[in-house]
Design a protein around this ligand. Structure first.
Ligand SMILES: NC(=O)c1ccc[n+]([C@@H]2O[C@H](COP(=O)([O-])OP(=O)(O)OC[C@H]3O[C@@H](n4cnc5c(N)ncnc54)[C@H](OP(=O)(O)O)[C@@H]3O)[C@@H](O)[C@H]2O)c1
Length: 219
C-alpha cells in the first residue's frame, strides 16, 4: 500500500487530496497545525517551525513516503501597487509558501528516497509565473510562488540523483477558502485532474511546472 503525506490537510485542496487517496486505498498521513478531525492518520505540523518539522521527522523515522504533497499555503494581503506594503506580512508569506515547502522536503527526503514511487509534489500557482503575469496585484503571493518555483527547480536537480522526482502544480482557480466562492472549478475537479497526472509521473518529469489538467505552464 503506497503512502502519501499531505501538508495543510485541514481544509481545501489538502483535505481533498486526503479524501482522494483514502478512497484509492493508500495509507494517508494528514498533517495540519491542528490535527483534530483530519482524514486518515493525523499528525501535527506547522510547516514554518523547525521544531514541529523535526518532531514529524522523528515520528516517521524509517517509514517510506511514496508521495510527499507540499500543499499548505497562504496569500497574505492581496492589494495592488507598492504603496504602504506590509513587509512583515510579506516575510510571513515567503516563510509559508516558499521556504517551508523546501524545509519539509529536505527533512523528509530520506523517507521519500526509501519508497517505491519517490515523488514530491509542490502546490504552486500560475500567479507565480513571471511570463503569465501582467497584473500589479498580490505582489506577496506572486513573488512567494515564483520563489518556490525556482527553489524546487534547484532542489530537484539535487534530489534527482536519489531517484526522487519533484514537480510543481497549478491546481486551477479552485473554490476553497483561498480561492473563494466565485472560483472557476470545485475541489473534486482540481483533485481529479492533479491525481490523474500524478499517477503517471516518473523521474523524466522531474522539474516540471504543470497545470491540473496536465499541460506545462511557462515559467
Ligand atoms: N484555491 C485556489 O484557487 C488556489 C490556486 C492556486 C494555488 N493554490 C494553492 O493551493 C494550496 C492549497 O490552497 P487551498 O485553496 O486549499 O487553501 P485553503 O483552503 O486556504 O487551505 C490552506 C491550508 O494551508 C494550511 N496552512 C497555512 N499555513 C500553514 C502553516 N504554517 N503550517 C501548516 N499548514 C498551514 C491551512 O491550515 P489551517 O487550517 O491551520 O489554517 C490550510 O489547511 C496552497 O498552496 C495555495 O497557494 C490554490
Amino acid at each position: 500500500m503506497p503512502t502519501v503525506l499531505i501538508t495543510g490537510a485541514s481544509r481545501g485542496l489538502g483535505k481533498g487530496f486526503a479524501e482522494h487517496y483514502t478512497a484509492a486505498g493508500w495509507r494517508v498521513i494528514s498533517t495540519a497545525r491542528n490535527p483534530d478531525g483530519l482524514v486518515g492518520e493525523a499528525l501535527p505540523l506547522d510547516v514554518t517551525s523547525d521544531a514541529s518539522v523535526q518532531s514529524l521527522v522523528d515520528s516517521l523515522a524509517g517509514e517510506p513516503i511514496d508521495l510527499l504533497l507540499n500543499n499548505a499555503g497562504i496569500t497574505g494581503p492581496r492589494g495592488t501597487g507598492v504603496a504602504g506594503l506590509d513587509y512583515a506580512a510579506w516575510a510571513e508569506v515567503l516563510q509559508v509558501d516558499a521556504i517551508a515547502p523546501v524545509r519539509v522536503a529536505a527533512a523528509l527526503a530520506d523517507n521519500v528516497a526509501q519508497s517505491d514511487r519517490k515523488l514530491m509534489v509542490f502546490i504552486s500557482s500560475i500567479m507565480g509565473s513571471i511570463t503569465q503575469t501582467s497584473s500589479s496585484d498580490s505582489i506577496f503571493y506572486r513573488s512567494a510562488k515564483a520563489c518556490l518555483n525556482q527553489a524546487v527547480n534547484v532542489m530537484s536537480n539535487d534530489l534527482k540523483s536519489r531517484g526522487i522526482a519533484s514537480v510543481l502544480f497549478h491546481p486551477g482557480w479552485v473554490r476553497t477558502d483561498m480561492g473563494g466562492a466565485g472560483a472557476a472549478i470545485d475541489v473534486t475537479t482540481s483533485i481529479r485532474g492533479m491525481t490523474n497526472v500524478i499517477e503517471r509521473l516518473g523521474i523524466d518529469d522531474n522539474g516540471r511546472f504543470i497545470n491540473y489538467d496536465g499541460f506545462d505552464i511557462p515559467w
